[in-house]
Design a protein around this ligand. Structure first.
Ligand code: SF4
Length: 323
């Protein structure tokens, strides 16, 4: 035992001389018992899904579980202290998980790694997935994530060590495995169309009898749904007069533009058909403004269009006058 470890377990209530602290420690039985347990936690070696890959990475050299005394993953539940449930717990797998848990000796701990083991994760309410392993075995630490990183798993393991540190041999609730007689095994769920917890067998039988007799058998009563209150008659808001105004008073400039466009279209249609434009067809826009000056002074106030031919003609005239 190194001096650092000695100071770790020394109880500060009992001061000892400085020169003796490397060789002497005064502590309680609970503290030294917990110290020994938390430094030699052996996990059970099994994985269920993708989270198991992160658990394997945690045990590899980069993260090095052996710093916490947890590197000895055991292939047998009888030599394990910690069950890391890493991955999706299907209804089929929950049966061997509970059986393995029962085969682990006390004191034993369970760590739910990832969203699937903690509550079903992305498969929650799936037809073949249980909504968390804590419905079947008691969980001590939950590690969130999908998947949790190796650092997150290490953090969960440190949290478990702190939990062990807080346990006292004087409190029987902390160490129930020292209670009177052997502890009750956790009932192994019965696999079927819907997984059954054997502890609820009597309740299930009662419900089946009530259902056979044609009586209501649901355990939970559905909440009464209140009828929706009739909606209050709301006074219609005064409609905006804008649409009506728009239909009644037509903008004269817009009307003129529309008329010109119609005339141009009619002329085009007539030209495509090989016939001369009708005499009564209104003059098209191009004819209405043959000269650039006319285009620069629109009667309706609209923005004049750029007439490239007129501009070129103007430039040509200017050049000619200079020569
Ligand atoms: S929590 Fe995410 S990463 Fe872990 S087993 Fe479920 S789906 Fe896979």
């Amino acid at each position: 035992m190194s001096e650092i470890q000695l100071r770790e377990i020394h109880s500060t209530e009992f001061p000892i001389p400085m020169e003796l602290q490397d060789n002497l420690a005064i502590t309680s039985l609970s503290k030294i018992y917990n110290w020994a347990r938390r430094q030699s936690m052996w996990p059970l070696l099994f994985g269920l899904a993708c989270c198991a890959i992160e658990m394997i990475a945690t045990a590899a050299s980069r993260y090095d579980l052996s710093r916490f005394g947890m590197e000895v993953m055991r292939g047998s539940p009888r030599q394990s202290d910690l069950m890391i449930v890493s991955g999706t717990v299907t209804k089929k797998m929950v049966v061997p998980i509970v059986r393995l848990y029962n085969q682990m000796p006390e004191p034993r701990y369970v760590l739910a790694m990832g969203a699937c083991a903690s509550g079903g994760g992305p498969f929650k309410e799936g037809y073949n997935v249980v909504s968390g392993i804590d419905k079947y075995v008691p969980v001590d630490v939950y590690v969130p994530g999908c998947p949790p990183t190796p650092q997150a798993l290490l953090y969960g393991l440190i949290a478990l060590q702190k939990k062990i540190d807080g346990q006292s041999l004087a409190n029987m609730d902390d160490v129930p495995w020292y209670g009177v007689g052997p502890s009750e095994p956790t009932p192994i769920p019965v696999l079927g169309p819907d997984i059954i917890d054997p502890r609820q067998r009597d309740l299930i039988r009662q419900q089946a009898e009530r259902a056979a007799a044609g009586l209501p058998y649901a355990v939970r009563e559905l909440p009464q749904i209140k009828p929706a209150a009739p909606k209050k008659a709301t006074t219609p808001k005064p409609t905006a007069p804008a649409p009506a105004v728009a239909t009644e008073a037509v903008d004269p400039a817009k009307a003129e533009r529309l008329a010109k466009r119609e005339a141009a279209l009619a002329k085009k249609r007539a030209a495509e058909g090989g016939a001369a434009p009708a005499a009564e067809t209104p003059a098209p826009v191009a004819e209405a403004a043959p000269a650039p000056a006319a285009a620069a002074e629109p009667a309706s106030g609209e923005k004049p269009k750029f007439d490239k031919a007129a501009m070129l003609e103007k430039i040509r005239q200017r050049k000619a006058s200079k020569q």
